[in-house]
Design a protein around this ligand. Structure first.
Ligand code: UDP
Length: 328
C-alpha cells in the first residue's frame, strides 16, 4: 500500500512511519519540520518538506497518487502552550486538517487515520475513560482535536471517507533498536525531562501541582509505548475497510507523577532532583483509558506493560543522543 504520513518527522509519526515500512508499505512523509527532525525520517521513506497550509503543494502531492491512505500526525500538540495562544492552536490545527481532509475527498483517498488525543476528555472523576465517556476538552489543544474528529465524521457522512480516530493517552518510550526517539524543542514532557534531570543535564525537575484529587495529589496518566501505539495504527488501517472507528489508545494502567519519578530513579539508578511547582493550566487530574474496545475489536495487545520497560527504551535513546536529533 502507498501511504502519506503528515508529521512523519515527529515523535509518534516517525515511529508509525517506521512500522509501516517494516510491514512492507510505501511511505511518503509530509512535514514542515517546525517541530519534527529531518534525522527522524525513517530510511526508505520519501520526504516532502511542505506546510499543510500550502494547499497548492498539498493538492499537487495528493493528485500524484493513487494513495491508499493518509495518516495525519502533523499538529501543534502542547496543552500548556494552547492555553497561552488558544486561537493560534485552534486555527493552525483545524486549517491544516481541513485542507488535508478536503484534499483527500477531492483526490479519492479512501482511508484517513487521525492522531487524536485523550486531552478531549477533561476527566472529572469518572475513570477509566471509555470511547463513550463525555467529551469536555480542558484546553484549546484538546478542543482542536475534537473538532477535527467531527470534521472527519462529516467527511464520512457526506463523501464516504473512511476514517479512524486514535485517541492517544501518553505516548512514551523509543524504538527498541534505538533508531528513533523523543526530541521536542523545547521539551515539555515528563519522562524525557525527568530523565535529563536524573542525568544532570538540566536543573531539577519541576513537578506541577500537589493538590489534585488523586491519592498522592499529583496527576495520573496512562503511558503507552510508542511502538505499541504504532502497531495499533497498522491494525486500525486494516480495519477501516469495514467502516470508520474511534479508539482510546492506552494500556489502562494509571501512574501518578510521583510514581513516574520513582520509576525514573529505578531505571537510571540515580537520584532525581525535583521541586514542587504550581499546577500547569489545562492539565486534567486523571487520564486513564479502558482499552477494552481496541483490544477486543482489533486484538491489540501492548508488548510493553511495565512502566520501567517503557522508560528504559527512552533512557537508552537519551543516553545515546545527549543532543537529541541535533547534529545527526
Ligand atoms: N509534568 C510535570 N513537570 C514537567 C512536565 C510535566 O509535573 O516538567 C506533569 C504534567 O503536569 C502532567 C504530567 O506530568 O501532570 C504529564 O505531562 P506531559 O506533558 O508529559 O503529558 P500530557 O499529559 O500533558 O500529554
Amino acid at each position: 500500500m502507498r501511504y502519506l504520513v503528515t508529521g512523519g518527522a515527529g515523535f509518534v509519526g516517525s515511529h508509525v512511519a517506521l512500522a509501516l515500512i517494516e510491514h512492507g508499505h510505501h511511505v511518503t512523509i509530509l512535514d514542515n519540520l517546525s517541530t519534527g527532525h529531518r534525522a527522524a525520517i525513517p530510511t526508505g521513506a520519501q520526504f516532502h518538506e511542505v506546510d499543510l497550509l500550502d494547499t497548492n503543494r498539498l493538492n499537487t502531492i495528493l493528485a500524484n497518487g493513487p494513495w491508499d491512505g493518509v495518516l495525519h500526525f502533523a499538529a501543534l500538540s502542547l496543552v500548556g502552550a494552547s492555553m497561552a495562544t488558544p486561537y493560534h492552536y485552534l486555527r493552525q490545527n483545524m486549517l491544516t486538517s481541513l485542507n488535508l481532509i478536503e484534499g483527500c475527498v477531492r483526490y479519492n483517498v479512501p482511508r484517513f487515520l487521525f492522531s487524536s488525543t485523550a486531552a478531549l476528555f477533561n476527566n472529572q472523576g469518572n475513570t477509566p475513560l471509555s470511547e463513550d465517556s463525555p467529551i469536555n476538552p480542558g484546553s484549546p489543544y484538546g478542543e482542536s482535536k475534537f473538532l477535527i474528529e467531527r470534521a472527519l465524521n462529516w467527511a464520512e457522512r457526506i463523501h464516504g471517507l473512511r476514517y479512524g480516530c486514535l485517541r492517544y493517552f501518553n505516548a512514551a518510550g523509543a524504538d527498541a533498536k534505538g533508531r528513533l526517539g523523543e526530541d521536542h524543542q523545547p521539551e515539555t514532557h515528563l519522562i524525557p525531562l525527568a530523565l535529563d534531570s536524573a542525568l544532570g543535564r538540566r536543573p531539577p525537575l519541576k513537578l506541577f501541582g500537589n493538590d489534585y484529587p488523586t491519592p498522592d495529589g499529583t496527576c495520573i496518566r496512562d503511558y503507552v509505548h510508542v511502538s505499541d501505539l504504532a502497531e495499533a495504527h497498522i491494525l486500525t488501517l486494516n480495519r477501516l475497510d469495514t467502516g470508520s472507528v474511534t479508539y482510546n489508545l492506552g494500556t489502562g494502567q494509571g501512574f501518578s507523577n510521583l510514581n513516574i519519578l520513582k520509576a525514573i530513579e529505578t531505571v537510571t539508578g540515580r537520584e532525581l532532583p525535583w521541586d514542587w511547582a504550581p499546577r500547569r493550566e489545562g492539565d486534567p487530574a486523571i487520564l486513564v483509558t479502558d482499552p477494552t474496545r481496541i483490544r477486543t475489536e482489533l486484538g491489540w495487545q501492548p508488548r510493553y506493560t511495565k512502566i520501567e520497560d517503557i522508560i528504559e527504551t527512552a533512557f537508552r535513546w537519551r543516553l545515546a543522543h545527549p543532543n537529541g536529533y541535533r547534529g545527526l
